[in-house]
Design a protein around this ligand. Structure first.
Ligand code: ADP
Ligand code: MG
Length: 297
């Protein structure tokens, strides 16, 4: 392609809300034959909502959520926001004041920990609870398995190392997700999903969207490693993501594509930014590159 063609291609992209950071990014996109998708906020809408709560003791729901919100209000995680939103609804107030949380720690990929009313509160996944030696009652296990089978994420809450409740959070697929994956298939492009979420939920979402290969419970470095592994086996890899978690993988990929609504760090790490946050623009970007760089039109 001539420099003029590349300029035209980049310009057409920009006019459609696809920000291509340089000619190399546009060129690499037409060679892509494998795309690694992040789950939360990329394939899914990324605005999870609490859909179910099961208390394991005789605690009152409102009091339970007060403690959860006190801990989670300190976290930027979408799941944390879901719990705080739900807690607010139970209070029927715009700006409720939560009990004070001390010693707040966010444990990446696992959950949060804080001291509220002199009690240690844990909110997170099974690993978080196991790491703190919190036993899970059978009914909690059952509720978690049910949630995961419905593609929801189960969150466990403990007070002073006793499991007191389980909540299920739902984050539906973006409307275009299934169609995008099926079109990519017809373009002979393989799709893979990587996520920090648990295996049960990840497999359910993957099945729903039509992706066969899944990597769950992945740390940011493991997402990047997966990209490198695919490259080593001969694939030209694009990574599509929105989170800080995804930045190492976005950098490692032949083409990193960030969702415009994502975090600044992901946008900075990417070669292409999908400003409209539409998943179908992954295809538009590849099409644009193919039109610019391949002789067959
Ligand atoms: P993802 O790749 O889906 O964005 P993360 O790596 O951020 O996932 O988190 C992995 C898992 O850790 C979540 O699915 C959740 O179970 C748990 N987790 C992380 N942060 C929180 C939090 N603030 N509250 C509750 N659970 C959390
Ligand atoms: Mg994400």
């Amino acid at each position: 392609a001539t420099p003029t063609a590349v300029m035209v291609g980049t310009g057409v992209g920009a006019s459609q809300g696809i920000l291509i950071k340089g000619g190399q990014a546009l060129e690499n996109a037409h060679k892509v034959n494998c795309i690694v998708f992040d789950k939360t906020g990329t394939l899914t809408i990324g605005k999870p909502v609490v859909v179910n709560t099961k208390l394991l003791t005789n605690m009152v729901l409102r009091e339970f959520y007060e403690l959860v919100a006190a801990a989670e209000v300190n976290s930027e995680h979408p799941l944390a926001k879901a719990t705080v939103e739900y807690a607010k609804k139970l209070r029927d107030e715009e700006n409720p004041i939560w009990p004070e949380a001390r010693d707040f720690v966010s444990i990446a990929g696992h959950g949060v920990k804080a001291t509220v009313r002199n009690k240690e509160i844990l909110v997170g996944n099974k690993t978080l609870l196991a790491d703190h030696n919190v036993a899970l009652p059978i009914d909690a296990e059952e509720i978690l398995a049910e949630a995961e089978a419905m593609a929801q994420t189960g969150i466990i809450v403990s007070i002073n190392r006793e499991a007191v409740g389980v909540l299920a959070v739902s984050d539906p697929l973006k409307p275009a997700a299934q169609e995008v994956i099926s079109i990519l298939k017809s373009m002979k492009i393989r799709s893979i999903m990587v996520t920090g979420d648990n295996w049960g939920t990840a497999n359910s979402i993957a099945k729903e969207v039509g992706i066969e290969t899944v990597i769950a419970e992945a740390k940011p470095e493991q997402k990047a490693e997966k990209v490198k592994e695919l490259q080593a086996s001969g694939y030209r890899v694009a990574m599509v993501g929105d989170g800080i978690n995804d930045s190492p993988a976005l950098v490692a990929a032949d083409v990193g594509m960030a969702i415009g609504a994502g975090t600044d760090i992901a946008i900075e790490a990417a070669d292409i930014v999908l400003m409209k946050s539409n998943l179908e623009d992954v295809i538009t970007a590849i099409d644009l590159s193919r039109k610019t760089f391949s002789r067959i039109r």
